[in-house]
Ligand binder design. Structure first.
Ligand code: T5A
Length: 206
């Protein structure tokens, strides 16, 4: 059986991932393509509990290592429980964040280092790699303005614009060495971005 496509969306907080995933789901549905949508951290019973711990503003004493290991624990769960079986059954997987988030946020912005994050990313995913990754690149200030009025910031959003700038740099560094990562200018109109994304997916699937 033909394997499902594993598509991931990445970028700083509020870069427009959810918006693009909604548009892609509509496209896949209209073309009768089988897919599931998942998110990280979360997407499983265990993972959603870990997500609550990670994003809870009250957990401001969480150490960087505890944070890293919690992200990886949630990832190990969703990869084994959901992603690997879906791909194996020919179902396309659209994932809101995957291990590139750990490389950019924990490895780069939190300065935990690529050696450690690469090692843990591979272990947590049994070396399951996305077929294509869309990095929605955007100025942190614009992303922040778009997010305004959406209620209280979570524990990571609270770290502010300079943190998001570090994360952005981390992603762009990573993209230099990963051919599967497509950098998308996310400052444009959602429909324009969507069309570019669809074109890349069609190019990949033929
Ligand atoms: N994290 C996660 C780590 O630190 N390490 C890890 O390993 C992992 C997996 C997760 C948090 O955890 C961190 C990263 C995050 O801080 P999340 O739920 O993924 O949290 O958080 P966000 O990325 O912040 O998700 P958001 O839902 O806030 O943002 P999206 O999905 O990127 O953006 P979206 O589509 O909701 O858009 C934001 C706003 O902009 C508008 C939308 O309508 C919305 O109001 N918008 C646009 N406006 C104009 N033009 C466009 N093109 C627009 N696109 C969207």
């Amino acid at each position: 059986m033909k394997k499902g496509l594993f598509i991931t969306f990445e970028g700083i907080d509020g870069c427009g991932k959810s918006t693009q995933i909604t548009l892609l789901k509509e496209k896949f549905s209209s073309e009768n393509k089988e897919f599931i949508e998942v998110r990280e951290p979360g997407g499983t019973r265990v993972g959603e509990k870990i997500r609550n711990i990670l994003l809870d503003r009250k957990n401001d004493s969480m150490t960087r290592m505890a944070e890293l290991l919690l992200f990886e624990a949630a990832r190990a769960q969703i990869t084994e429980e959901v992603i690997i079986p879906a791909i194996g059954n020919g179902v396309n997987v659209i994932c809101d964040r995957f291990y590139d988030s750990t490389t950019a946020y924990q490895g780069y912005a939190n300065k935990m280092g690529r050696d450690l994050t690469d090692f843990l990313n591979l272990k947590a995913t049994s070396e399951t790699s996305p077929d294509i990754t869309f990095l929605l690149d955007i100025d942190p200030e614009l992303a922040w303005k778009r997010r305004m009025g959406r209620g209280e910031e979570d524990r990571i959003e609270m770290l502010g614009l300079s943190y998001q700038e570090e994360v952005r740099t981390g992603y762009l560094e990573l993209a230099k060495s990963e051919e599967r990562i497509v950098i998308i200018d996310a400052s444009r109109d959602p429909e324009v971005i969507h069309e570019e994304i669809v074109k890349h997916i069609w190019d990949l699937t033929g």
